[in-house]
Design a protein around this ligand. Structure first.
Ligand SMILES: [Fe+2]
Length: 305
């Protein structure tokens, strides 16, 4: 932690730990955090698992197994939330995913609000990768301190002295894809690998929705959406990838990120369920219990005094 704090104070990345400083006010935020933000942990650990410094590499490999469990918690938690929404919509005969009022009355979270929540967690987590173009990352790679994601599976010379990498930037108010020396684009590449890695769970969630016959798909927002660090920190970009004015951002951001009303609604659903086998309205029971325990297994014993 001391190392993290020191690094977070670096001049070129003063707010690099932003996503870790966000509040986690409800269980949905917790599941979003474990799916999207723990995945940053996975990517950073995977890069350090390639370290030439063997003790670091070995401890990161070990920690990656724990990270996999966190990601599982997030994927299944969000999946169960989506499942509860789809089941409730079906039972009530609602097919329009945007019929927010009617869907919320069922005690479940409408899919567009879940998308907004995911937009937030994806964008703040992307900031954790630091500046896309970074001389620090270049030095760490060249010194053999860290590698790229899946370094051993890559077929180039692993030194990258003459290689380049395409980095999306904003120049004179326009998106431009620029070939940058690959060593300086290590962070940018890890961010791209992260975005690809996020997609697996999203595709599985979309299958659940499709099977329910509801016309809705979760999408990752554009890479530049809601960024505070790096190439896109100074611009406003919609989830679809349009560069927009400050005024347009102010008008529309409540459609792309949860507004006060959305937060209040999500918060209103967070009611404790004390009986074994009982689940809150907004989340479906797990398919199997932890260690194959039955669904009404008494995981926690609450003593009433
Ligand atoms: Fe984790």
């Amino acid at each position: 932690m001391a190392l993290l704090e020191r690094r977070s104070g670096q001049q070129d990345n003063p707010r690099i730990l932003g996503a870790f400083n966000e509040r986690t006010p409800d269980w949905l935020s917790f599941f979003m955090f474990t799916y999207f933000t723990d995945r940053d942990g996975k990517m950073q650990l995977a890069a350090l698992a390639q370290s030439g410094f063997d003790p670091l590499s070995r401890s990161c490999r070990f920690m990656l197994t724990e990270e996999a469990h966190h990601l599982f918690v997030g994927e299944t938690g969000i999946g169960r939330t989506i499942e509860a929404t789809c089941l409730a919509m079906k039972a009530a005969g609602i097919t329009d995913p945007n019929d927010k009022e009617a869907i919320r009355k069922l005690g479940v979270i409408d899919l567009p609000t879940l998308q907004k929540k995911a937009n937030f967690h994806m964008s703040v987590t992307r900031d954790l990768f630091g500046s896309e173009i970074s001389s620090n990352a270049a030095s760490a790679f060249s010194a053999g301190l860290k590698g790229r994601f899946n370094e051993t599976a890559l077929t180039d010379d692993h030194q990258l002295e003459s290689a380049s990498y395409a980095v999306l930037r904003v120049i004179d108010g326009q998106f431009v894809t620029e070939e940058v020396p690959a060593l300086r684009a290590i962070n940018s590449r890890l961010l791209d690998d992260y975005i690809t890695d996020c997609q697996g769970g999203i595709d599985r969630w979309n299958k659940v929705i499709e099977k329910s016959g509801i016309a809705f798909q979760f999408k990752q927002p554009h890479k530049a959406f809601n960024r505070k660090i790096g190439e896109f920190a100074e611009v406003n970009v919609s989830p679809a990838g349009e560069l927009i004015s400050d005024e347009a951002w102010a008008v529309s951001q409540g459609e792309w990120l949860c507004n006060d009303e959305d937060h209040a609604f999500i918060n209103s659903l967070m009611k404790p369920c004390m009986e074994p086998g009982q689940y809150a309205s907004w989340i479906a029971p797990p398919r199997v219990g932890i260690n194959n325990q039955p669904k009404d297994f008494e995981y926690v014993r609450i003593e009433h005094s």
